[in-house]
Design a protein around this ligand. Structure first.
Ligand code: NAD
Length: 253
C-alpha cells in the first residue's frame, strides 16, 4: 500500500527535508504540500500550494506531516480531525493549553507528537533515566545548542529530557541560566541554552559529584535524521485507530 502524505511548512528547513525523505521512499508519495507564503518554484521537485487551501487538499490523504509552529499545528490537527486524516507533528514550543488542543484532536484521529524524531535521542532518553537512577545525589545540568533562528527555548527535546530526569530523581526544580551571586542549590537542575550559527541540535546532560563526572551527549549532524524518523512515524500511524502516540511507540513496535 502506498501511504499518501500531506506536508505542511513545506518550504521550511524541516519541510524541505520531509519532502525529500517522502519522495525517497518506495511506499510513500507526496499527496500535497503547503506553505504559509506562496511559492512560484517547486521545492524538492514538488509543487507547493498556499496554506489557505489546506482544508480542501487534506481529504483523501492518509497522513499529514507537520513542522510549522504551535498555532498552525493546532489548526492543521483540527482540520485533520474533521477530515479523518492521521496527523504527525514535530513542531515544538507548545504551551500546556496548546498540547491539550492537540490531544483533543487525538480523540478523533491518530495523532503523534514528538519533539525529536531521532532514534539517537530516544536512546538518550533511556540512558538519562538510567544515569539519574544510578547516580542519586549527583548534580544534574543540561546544555542545549541550536541554530540562531530557533524560536523556542529550551528546545522541545530539552524539555522532554528534563521531564525524564525529574521522573527518575528527587529535584526541587529547574534553574534557567545563572548570573551574579547565585550559588547552586543541591537539588536543582541547571538548564543552559545556546543559540549560534547553523547548529542542527546538540543536547548534553552532565551528572557530577565531587569524585566523578558523566556526560551524555547527542549531536544531530543533519536534519535528514529528523525527517526520516517523521516519515517512519507517518508510515507507522497510517491506518491506526485514533489516539495519542509518541515516537517511542514507533520504535518499540
Ligand atoms: P522553519 O521556520 O524553517 O519552517 C517553518 C515553516 O512553517 C515555514 O515554511 C513557515 O512558513 C511555516 N509556518 C510557520 N507558521 C505557519 C503558519 N501559521 N501557517 C502555515 N505555515 C506556517 O522552521 P524549522 O526549522 O523547519 O522548524 C519547524 C518546527 O519543527 C519548529 O517548531 C522546530 O522546533 C521543530 N523541529 C522539530 C524537530 C523534531 O525532530 N521533532 C526537528 C527540527 C525542528
Amino acid at each position: 500500500m502506498t501511504v499518501r502524505v500531506g506536508v505542511t511548512g513545506a518550504a521550511g528547513r524541516m519541510g524541505r527535508e520531509v519532502l525529500s525523505a517522502v519522495t525517497g521512499r518506495e511506499n510513500c508519495e507526496v499527496a500535497f504540500a503547503t506553505n504559509r507564503s506562496e511559492l512560484d518554484e517547486p521545492v524538492e521537485g514538488v509543487e507547493i500550494d498556499p496554506a489557505a487551501e489546506f482544508d480542501a487538499l487534506v481529504s483523501g490523504v492518509d497522513v499529514v506531516i507537520d513542522f510549522t509552529g504551535p498555532e498552525s499545528a493546532i489548526e492543521y490537527a483540527d482540520a485533520c480531525a474533521k477530515a479523518g486524516v492521521a496527523f504527525v507533528t514535530g513542531t515544538t514550543g507548545f504551551a500546556e493549553d496548546d498540547l491539550e488542543s492537540l490531544q483533543a484532536a487525538s480523540e478523533e484521529i491518530p495523532v503523534l507528537h514528538a519533539p525529536n524524531f531521532s532514534r539517537g535521542v530516544q536512546v538518550l532518553l533511556n540512558l538519562v533515566s538510567e544515569a539519574v537512577e544510578g547516580l542519586p545525589g549527583s548534580d544534574v545540568e543540561l546544555v542545549e545548542t541550536h541554530h540562531n533562528r530557533k524560536r523556542d527555548a529550551p528546545s522541545g527535546t530539552a524539555n522532554r529530557l528534563l521531564d525524564e530526569i525529574e521522573a527518575h530523581g528527587e529535584f526541587s526544580g529547574r534553574t534557567h541560566g545563572r548570573e551574579g551571586e547565585q550559588p547552586r542549590e543541591d537539588d536543582e537542575i541547571g538548564v543552559h541554552v545556546l543559540r549560534a550559527g547553523g547548529i542542527r541540535g546538540e543536547h548534553e546532560i552532565v551528572l557530577a559529584d565531587d569524585h566523578e563526572e558523566l556526560r551524555l551527549t547527542h549531536r544531530a549532524e543533519d536534519r535528514g535524521v529528523f525527517a526520516s524518523g517523521a516519515v517512519d512515524a507517518a508510515e507507522w500511524i497510517a491506518g491506526r485507530k485514533s489516539g495519542w502516540y509518541d515516537f517511542a511507540d514507533v520504535i518499540d513496535q
